[in-house]
Design a protein around this ligand. Structure first.
Ligand code: FE2
Length: 379
C-alpha cells in the first residue's frame, strides 16, 4: 500500500516552542512580466490556471495591471507596469520575467514580521492593513535572495476573492484545469559560494531546518556541476531548495541562470499533481515543452526504483522520470524554460510516498539540460 500522494498536505500542524514562524502554506506567487494580459492567456491556455481576480486602471490601480489565476491551491499573480519607468520596469529590464514575491500564508502577519526582522531579516514592507467591504488583510514582508521578496499574508478576517483592490475576473474563455494541486517546492538559484549564506538565512531568520544536501559529486556530469541544500519549515509545507553553481569543465546551468537573470532568483516552481500521466498528457497537448531524457533511461529505471503502480510505457512516451527513497517513490518531469531567457521553468511532480527531490534523475536530467545549453551556445 502506497502512502497517499498528497502526503505533503500535513493537516496536523504542531506548534512548537521553536516554530516562531508557523506557515500555513504558499499564499501566492507574484511574477513580474512584460505583458500580463498575454501571460495570463498563456497560463490559462497552456497550464490550465483559472481566472480569479484583476486589478488595473478599472479598479483604481494607476501604475500596474495584475491578473490573478488559480488552480486548486496554487495562486499566481502576473503583474505588468503601465508606465515607462518605475521599480517593476527596472525589475523586468534587469531580470526578464521573473518571480518577485513568494507570499506565505500566516495566521499573524505582524508577528511574522517582528519575529523575522528581529532575527536579522531585512524588512521590505512593515505590517499594513488593507481593507474593503469584504474585510481586512494584514500583510508584511522581508527580502530574500536577489531581488526576491517574501510577503506574509494574514487573511483570517477577509472573505473577498483575493486582496482588497482586486475585482472578480470572470472571462468566458476558461480552458479546463490540468490537475495541478499545490506548490510542492520552490527553488532558488544563488551566486557562487552563496548557498550556505542563504540556507543560514532560512534557518536563522525563518526557523527552517535543512532536509538534505547534494554536493557536486551527486550533481555533476561531464561538464556541469552544482550544489544544493533543501530548507524546510517546521510543518514541511514550505520547501525551498537553494542551488549554487559549482566548478565543472564547462559552465554550470546555475551560472547560466545567474548570467541571464542578472543575479539570484527563483529557478523553478514544482507543482504537484495526483495523476502525472493525465496532467502531462494535457500539458503536452496544450503545447508545453518538456526536457527529454534518452529512451535508454527507461531500459534500466525499474532496476533502480523497483516496482511502481504505473505502466512504464506512458511514462516513457511522455518522458516522465522516476526516483525513489526510503519512504516511497516519485514521478517528475521538467519543462523547458518558459521564457526566451534560459531562466525560469516548472517541474510537475507526483509523490508516491517519497519526500525527496529526484536525486537519482539528476545525471540524466542535467545531460538533457546540457544538450539545450549546447544549442544556446552557453555551455
Ligand atoms: Fe525541483
Amino acid at each position: 500500500m502506497k502512502t497517499d500522494n498528497n502526503s505533503l498536505e500535513i493537516e496536523k500542524i504542531v506548534p512548537s516552542a521553536e516554530d516562531f514562524l508557523p506557515l500555513l502554506g504558499t499564499d501566492y506567487v507574484e511574477i513580474y512580466v512584460g505583458n500580463a494580459k498575454q501571460a495570463a492567456h498563456f497560463y490559462q491556455t497552456a497550464y490550465g490556471f483559472q481566472p480569479l481576480a484583476y486589478a488595473g486602471l478599472e479598479t483604481g490601480m494607476a501604475d500596474r495591471a495584475s491578473y490573478v489565476l488559480r488552480q486548486d491551491r496554487i495562486t499566481i499573480v502576473l503583474t505588468s507596469p503601465l508606465n515607462s519607468d518605475g521599480p517593476i520596469n527596472e525589475h523586468i529590464n534587469k531580470h526578464g520575467d521573473g518571480v518577485k514575491v513568494v507570499a506565505l500564508w500566516v495566521d499573524d502577519a505582524a508577528k511574522s514580521w517582528e519575529e523575522t526582522t528581529s532575527r536579522g531579516g531585512e524588512s521590505c514592507l512593515k505590517p499594513e492593513v488593507l481593507s474593503d467591504k469584504d474585510g481586512e488583510i494584514v500583510r508584511s514582508g522581508i527580502h530574500t535572495y536577489g531581488e526576491t521578496l517574501h510577503y506574509f499574508i494574514e487573511r483570517k478576517n477577509y472573505n473577498g476573492i483575493f486582496l482588497p483592490g482586486y475585482q472578480a475576473w470572470n472571462p468566458t474563455y476558461k480552458p479546463a484545469p490540468v490537475g495541478l494541486k499545490y506548490v510542492d517546492h520552490m527553488v532558488g538559484n544563488v551566486g557562487w559560494n552563496e548557498m550556505n549564506k542563504w540556507c543560514e538565512f532560512y534557518a536563522k531568520v525563518m526557523g527552517f531546518a535543512q532536509l538534505v544536501s547534494f554536493d557536486d559529486k551527486d550533481i555533476s556530469t561531464e561538464y556541469t556541476a552544482l550544489m544544493s541544500k533543501v530548507m524546510s519549515n517546521g510543518n514541511g509545507r514550505i520547501k525551498f531548495p537553494i542551488n549554487e553553481p559549482a566548478e565543472g569543465r564547462k559552465k554550470s546551468q546555475i551560472e547560466e541562470y545567474i548570467d541571464f537573470y542578472n543575479g539570484a532568483g527563483v529557478q523553478h516552481m514544482a507543482l504537484a499533481t495526483d495523476n502525472i500521466i493525465e496532467t502531462v498528457t494535457a500539458l503536452q497537448n496544450r503545447g508545453v515543452e518538456f526536457l527529454r531524457v534518452p529512451a535508454s533511461y527507461y531500459e534500466t529505471v525499474l532496476d533502480r526504483v523497483g516496482e511502481i503502480d504505473e505502466e512504464l510505457e506512458p511514462l516513457s512516451e511522455l518522458g516522465i522520470l522516476i526516483d525513489k527513497d526510503d519512504e516511497g517513490y516519485l514521478l517528475q518531469i521538467f519543462t523547458k524554460p518558459i521564457l526566451d531567457r534560459p531562466t525560469m521553468f516548472f517541474e510537475i511532480i507526483q509523490r508516491k510516498g517519497a519526500q525527496s527531490f529526484g536525486k537519482g534523475n539528476f545525471k540524466a536530467l542535467f545531460e538533457a539540460i546540457e544538450r539545450e545549453q549546447e544549442l544556446r551556445g552557453t555551455l
